[in-house]
Design a protein around this ligand. Structure first.
Ligand code: HEC
Length: 203
């Protein structure tokens, strides 16, 4: 797959002072790319497996209960997975249409999300992943992005409002007044898992 390192978006420099976070446009060498993809994919699988397990457990007692579980535990479980990954690796889920403001994208994440969104708009299959090289406070980090699609089970809580259980609607509205993560259809691009890997975590 072609290396997908892109230029820094000019607007980013307005948001962050250059010293705090700049993105390099250099290419990622293939041997590094291989390791980044390997670490990124396995971290993504670990997170999704953990969250799915909790979701299925929660759904057994109905969607309202599952939302309760999700809202209380998703970030906590993500932190836990991060701790297990160790080596300074960070992991997060984010989306252009997020539900939880704590999952809002930063400028680099936004760029990656827009990259996938372009394929979605053109009705082309989504690339398997996207990579970035980011420099923060003089340290180099590689970012791996895995796109997530809407599966039938996701529609319970991210589908059309009118199809939703009214109790679930009320609950979501109460927990997330600015919720943007609704009205999705099966197969839509939902967001990404983002894995950040410090350069020194690579061999
Ligand atoms: C039981 C309801 C429920 C189901 C089913 C569900 N979600 Fe969510 N989802 C939530 C809630 C609540 C949040 C916000 C809490 C959090 O994760 O921080 C959320 C957050 C997310 C986020 C993080 C970005 C954001 O919007 O805050 C992604 C990505 C996501 N869901 C994708 C999915 C996908 C893909 C599926 C299907 C595999 C799915 N969800 C199924 C309730 C649900």
């Amino acid at each position: 797959m072609k290396k997908l390192v892109t230029a820094v978006v000019a607007s980013g420099l307005l948001v962050f002072p250059i010293s705090c976070a700049t993105k390099q446009t250099a290419e990622i060498p293939p041997e590094k790319e291989k390791q980044i993809v390997q670490i990124g994919s396995s971290a993504t699988k670990k997170l999704l497996k953990t969250l799915k397990g909790e979701l299925i457990k929660g759904l057994k007692k109905g969607p309202v209960n599952a939302v309760d579980v999700c809202s209380k535990k998703a970030l906590e479980l993500t932190k836990q997975v991060e701790k297990e990954l160790d080596r300074g690796i960070e992991i997060k889920r984010t989306s252009l249409r997020y539900r939880n403001p704590k999952n809002a994208p930063d400028i680099y994440e936004r760029e990656a999300l827009e990259y996938f969104e372009k394929f979605e708009k053109e009705k082309k299959p989504l690339p398997k992943y996207y990579l970035q090289k980011v420099e923060k406070n003089g340290k180099v980090y590689y970012r791996f992005y895995k796109p997530l699609k809407v599966l039938p089970v996701c529609l319970t809580c991210h589908g059309k409002l009118q199809d939703m259980d009214p109790k679930l609607q009320t609950k979501l509205l109460k927990l997330y007044p600015g919720d943007q993560a609704i009205n999705y259809e099966e197969g839509d691009f939902r967001g990404v898992v983002r894995v950040s890997i410090p350069e020194d975590a690579l061999r």
